[in-house]
Design a protein around this ligand. Structure first.
Ligand SMILES: Nc1ncnc2c1ncn2[C@@H]1O[C@H](COP(=O)(O)OP(=O)(O)OP(=O)(O)O)[C@@H](O)[C@H]1O
Ligand SMILES: [Mg+2]
Length: 250
């Protein structure tokens, strides 16, 4: 459902993403990890057509993002790292606006908009302007918006940031259900516990390069460390285990 072929992006002389190859299958949840500045958001922006790659190509549900961007975007839902919403729309207006962009039939929208507000516990605020929403409320509304057109591919950049524990749990369960129904999910996250519990495969990026990719067991085998938990594996593979030397500046 998602295919990255030799994807690359340079900003001047800086190579933010280098020769990235990846395939995410229907029903698979793929976790994309890496230190700050590794190139995760740059990858997401190229995958979703917000940024033009300097090398390679992106296919979404078999559609080339560069050659056929509307068809590729129609098949996907994007949860960006910052939940951008128009402040002068209400929650319900925002969902209807997003639904219209994706060509969701009016009859479906009449049913789905109240359902999605209810699912994310936003019904009491559905008529309020979005400028009054908290960060977590905006995050949930944006997630509601990307579910409206029932996309076969979800691309999510830090989807859990700012969610309270109950909402976080809800969102995790939503992703699991969607994957069971065949949706392919690509998710950037710093929350290793989420990657460990939710993701079928995990990719680790450093300095624009994917240095490891596989199941937790495969990553463990690659890290050659005792600890089987993802934190130990991540720190071992990214060289982050030397973090304690930084404490000398305290
Ligand atoms: N528009 C831009 N112009 C120049 N450099 C950029 C631009 N966008 C990103 N970069 C650089 O590309 C690199 C990767 O940034 P990116 O935002 O993809 O990292 P990230 O992995 O998402 O990090 P984080 O975990 O902090 O979200 C960084 O070195 C960043 O400075
Ligand atoms: Mg980022």
């Amino acid at each position: 459902m998602i295919r990255l072929e030799g994807l690359g992006k340079s900003f001047g002389s800086h190579q933010a993403v280098v020769d990235l190859h990846l395939e995410v299958k229907p029903g698979e949840i793929f976790g994309f990890l890496g230190p700050n500045g590794a190139g995760k958001t740059t990858t997401v922006k190229m995958m979703t057509g917000l940024l033009k790659p300097t090398a390679g190509r992106v296919l979404v549900a078999g559609r080339d993002m560069a050659a056929d961007p509307i068809a590729a975007k129609r098949a996907m839902g994007l949860g960006p790292d910052e939940p951008f919403v128009y402040p002068k729309l209400t929650g319900a207006e925002y969902l209807r606006f997003v639904g219209e962009l994706y060509g969701v039939p009016l009859a479906d929208m009449k049913k789905r908009v109240p359902e999605l507000l209810e699912m994310f516990e936003l019904t009491p605020w559905g008529g309020e302007l979005l400028e009054s929403y908290s960060h977590g409320m905006r995050q949930k509304l944006v997630l509601g918006g990307i579910l409206l057109h029932d996309p076969k591919v979800l691309v999510l950049d830090e989807p859990m940031v700012g969610l309270d524990p109950k909402s976080g749990r809800l969102v995790k369960d939503i992703f699991i259900r969607l994957a069971e129904r065949g949706t392919a999910i690509f998710m950037c996250t710093h929350v290793l516990e989420i990657a460990e519990k939710l993701c079928h495969r995990i990719g680790i990026m450093i300095g624009g390069k994917m240095i490891a990719c596989g199941t937790l067991d495969e990553l463990h085998a690659q890290s050659k460390k005792e600890g089987r938990d993802l934190e130990s594996i991540f720190l071992s593979l990214t060289g982050g285990a030397e973090y304690s030397t930084l404490l000398k500046y305290l």
